[in-house]
Design a protein around this ligand. Structure first.
Ligand code: NAP
Length: 288
């Protein structure tokens, strides 16, 4: 049965622009419902010029927290009272908790990705070599988490080598890091030693023009795990090709669910059953 909003309902928002594409309101509201928690999750489209006022508004309206999505994950940081260590390392916030009028920024994306690997029995070690395709916010979160784990090497391959290089330069230089233009010859060589290949671009996403990622499939060892951060569709062309070539594949559903569940825990103190999120996600992706 649908919960009623009342005077005691705790409010969580999602700040981004646009936000209507986000699955998060449906996911979180369904799980609040299923667990009978008196919370509600509200989409809050906020333009870039109004971020400061939006943070002040969340506090003034007694919100318990929020998610932050594109394009505000970096720019919102200067308006928060505290930034958790992980979010500071990543340089972006995707979750805000508000306690006694104080705003604290977290980032659950990188940990969400690592947990989704663990759930698929991928145990990272110091001989792993990862290749990330794309150099935006998601690539950055994942690179930071992989550096923390202490794998051997991360290569960021993108259409714009300059952007990939600036990302590499801004990361903690604790492991081997390199940037590549993915149309260069060097890219094929890197794929030969790759154990973990991750699509961190929107190529293949529903509603996005269908292009192919320039991966030399023959170069990859069959044991290389192939991941896509995209969850809609659940199997992108990239994953479908990898699957046909016998690679173990992991899509973005696990990361989406884990980062959401971590944020949910920060707001409510409840560690939710991940199946509740997975079931809801399945309903949404089959409808859209
Ligand atoms: P972002 O910051 O906008 O970065 C996107 C990256 O992809 C950039 O490097 C961009 O290159 C590249 N790119 C975009 N379109 C391209 C194209 N047509 N050809 C080649 N490269 C292209 O986005 P993000 O936040 O990192 O998100 C990336 C993907 O991950 C999205 O599909 C998003 O939905 C997904 N994601 C999933 C989760 C999850 O929980 N599963 C979490 C976060 C993100 P330029 O800089 O050259 O434009």
């Amino acid at each position: 049965m649908q919960r009623m909003i009342n005077g005691k309902t705790q409010k969580i928002g999602i700040i981004g622009f646009p936000v209507e594409h986000s699955f998060s309101p449906i996911l979180h509201n369904s799980v609040f419902n299923a667990l009978n928690l008196n919370y509600t999750y509200i989409p809050l489209p906020v333009s870039s010029s109004k971020i400061k006022e939006a943070v002040q508004g969340l506090v003034a309206l007694d919100f318990a927290g929020a998610n932050v999505t594109i394009p505000h994950k970096v720019s919102i940081m200067e308006y928060l009272d505290e930034i958790h260590e992980t979010a500071r390392k990543i340089g972006a916030v995707n979750t805000i908790v508000i306690k006694a009028g104080k705003t604290i920024g977290y980032n659950t994306d990188g940990d969400g990705f690592l947990i989704s690997l663990q759930n698929n029995n991928i145990i990272l070690s110091n001989d792993y070599q990862a290749v990330l395709l794309g150099c935006g916010g998601a690539a950055r979160s994942i690179a930071c988490s992989l550096i923390d784990v202490g794998i051997k090497r991360i290569t960021i391959a993108a259409r714009n080598k300059q952007k990939a290089s600036s990302l590499i330069e801004s990361l903690p230089q604790k492991i081997e890091l390199r940037a590549l233009d993915w149309s260069s010859k060097g890219f094929e060589e890197v794929l030969v030693d790759c154990n973990l290949l991750v699509n961190c671009t929107p190529i293949g996403m529903s509603g996005h023009p269908q292009e192919s990622l320039p991966v030399c499939w023959e170069c990859l060892h069959p044991s290389c795990v192939v991941c896509d951060l995209i969850y809609n569709p659940p199997i992108t062309n990239f994953l479908s090709t990898a699957q046909k070539r016998q690679h173990k594949i992991i899509n973005g559903e696990g990361m989406l669910v884990e980062q959401a569940a971590l944020a949910f825990g920060y707001w409510t103190g409840v560690n939710p059953d991940r199946h509740l999120f997975f079931n809801e996600l399945k309903k949404i992706t089959t409808t859209f």
